[in-house]
Write a protein that binds this ligand. Structure first.
Ligand SMILES: Nc1ncnc2c1ncn2[C@@H]1O[C@H](COP(=O)(O)OP(=O)(O)OP(=O)(O)O)[C@@H](O)[C@H]1O
Ligand SMILES: [Mg+2]
Length: 419
């Protein structure tokens, strides 16, 4: 029987632990640093994601068979290189391969070089040159900080004035610190977004069922961009052709391109895609499971997660299978998120909810579960139709009482409108 260590502390990691826990091959799931809400499926280990010495010692002492990393920061920092050097089995991209997410300039240049469809763009390290170029572009225009910025580094400017202000903030006033030293300025694409996640090893790409995130904070896609306010899967209104096109033109070519560049990719590759009038285009790549898409995709995945990863690591073919249910999840977030928010409101009703992943909860002195994160809970509904999954999810949301949480009411509506 195997022991697995999951790294991270959000809803995504809770779902990953939940899925590993279901494996008949796994007898113990650990999570570092985790959050108290994950105690149902994992043993919480008090080691930070960037404490590599601590993690190495823990893996050796506890004979961990597989390490799985949730978030992008340790991956871009090279955790896979560091742990594998110690002979620890870990599934994820190396530091060089993680540049696909860690540097938008790298990702865009790769797409250009290997003819992978994406928005037209230029990259800049010089403010004056960037400004000159910006003045020639039509609005809306998209400005992206090169480096990691916790999902906040993308500005969609509706006017030239807004674009120029943003550029100055990013390049001259260090709005995103060093992440904004270089920028990508790209054309604004119109269309419908979807997420295609795949297990990848070198040129083998195993695509998962499509999912859709809801990036904006409020109903009708209003408000600021967030880490994601809800997700559902499958996406039946997008044709199988769309999936095939994204696999053949985006995911597989990028896996091949990474080999060509001498930094083959192993791990979860996330294609942020958009179906435009001109075919499927790439919005971005991430090098890990998306949060919150993972929380619904892993529920639909019928394969044993541990077996699947072991097969992929050992170059055995796998066939991914997904069940026929619909899964829809609603994020409950602290008022103020994605800006500043108060922590500590007591959450009641969790025992009455069918299934919930903890994104940002803690325990107070009296043993109450409290809301500590920006995003706090991910409440899941399951059904034999999208409509039923939505009804179940919101029926569960209503069972939660907390004075400081808000949520969107329209998760899944794009799918319902197109059914
Ligand atoms: N060229 C574009 N045209 C239209 N919308 C875009 C474009 N680029 C980005 N966006 C919008 O901005 C969002 C964030 O952009 P992107 O995915 O590149 O940033 P990110 O910060 O890396 O996101 P994540 O946190 O999901 O990794 C996208 O989901 C999309 O809605
Ligand atoms: Mg990204």
């Amino acid at each position: 029987m195997a022991k697995v260590l999951v790294i991270g502390n959000g809803g995504r990691e809770h779902a990953i632990c939940y899925k590993f826990k279901q494996s008949s091959l796994v007898d113990e799931v650990f999570v570092a640093p985790g959050n108290p809400g994950m105690g149902d499926v994992a043993t919480i280990v008090n080691i930070k994601a960037n404490d590599y010495d601590g993690l190495i010692k823990f893996c050796k002492d506890n004979k961990i068979d597989l390490v799985f990393v949730g978030p992008e920061i340790p991956l871009c920092d090279g955790i896979v290189d560091i742990l594998s050097e110690q002979g620890i089995d870990i599934f994820g991209p190396t530091k060089m391969a993680a540049r696909l997410e860690g540097s938008k300039v790298f990702a865009k240049n790769m797409m250009k070089k290997y003819h992978i469809p994406t928005a037209k763009y230029e990259t800049f390290s010089d403010y004056e040159k960037a400004k000159e170029y910006l003045l020639t572009q039509k609005c809306p225009v998209v400005i992206k900080a090169d480096g990691l910025a916790a999902g906040k580094g993308v500005i969609i400017a509706k006017t030239k004035e807004e674009a120029l202000n943003s550029l100055e903030e990013i390049m001259c006033n260090n709005l995103f610190q060093s992440a904004g030293k270089n920028v990508v300025i790209e054309e604004f694409l119109e269309g419908e977004e979807f997420s295609l996640l795949a297990f990848v090893k070198d040129d083998k790409v195993y695509g998962m069922q499509l999912a859709q995130d809801h990036k904006r904070a409020f109903d009708n896609d209003e408000g600021l961009n967030t880490g994601g306010m809800g997700a559902y899967t499958p996406i039946n209104h997008l044709a199988q052709d769309t999936y095939e096109e994204a696999m053949e033109k985006i995911m597989k070519p990028m896996a091949k391109a990474m080999i060509e560049e001498g930094c083959p990719f192993t791990g979860i590759l996330y294609g942020g895609c958009m179906l435009t009038n001109d075919g499927v285009k790439t919005i971005e790549f991430n090098v890990r499971f998306g949060d919150p898409e993972t929380e619904v995709i892993l529920l639909a995945l019928e394969n044993d997660l541990y077996q699947t990863i072991m097969d992929i690591l050992n170059n055995r073919e796998v066939e991914l299978k997904f069940d026929n249910n619909h899964y829809l999840g609603v994020v409950m977030a602290n008022n103020g998120y994605p800006g500043s928010y108060e922590k500590g409101a007591i959450i009641e009703g969790l025992d009455n909810v069918d299934l919930c992943f903890h994104m940002g909860t803690g325990i107070d002195d009296k043993g109450n579960v409290i809301a500590t994160g920006g995003r706090v809970l991910f409440i899941v509904g399951k059904g034999d139709s999208l409509k039923q999954a939505k009804e179940n999810a919101y029926a569960n949301v209503k069972k939660i009482t907390c004075s400081n949480l808000f949520y969107r009411h329209d998760i899944g509506d794009k799918g319902l409108k197109n059914e």
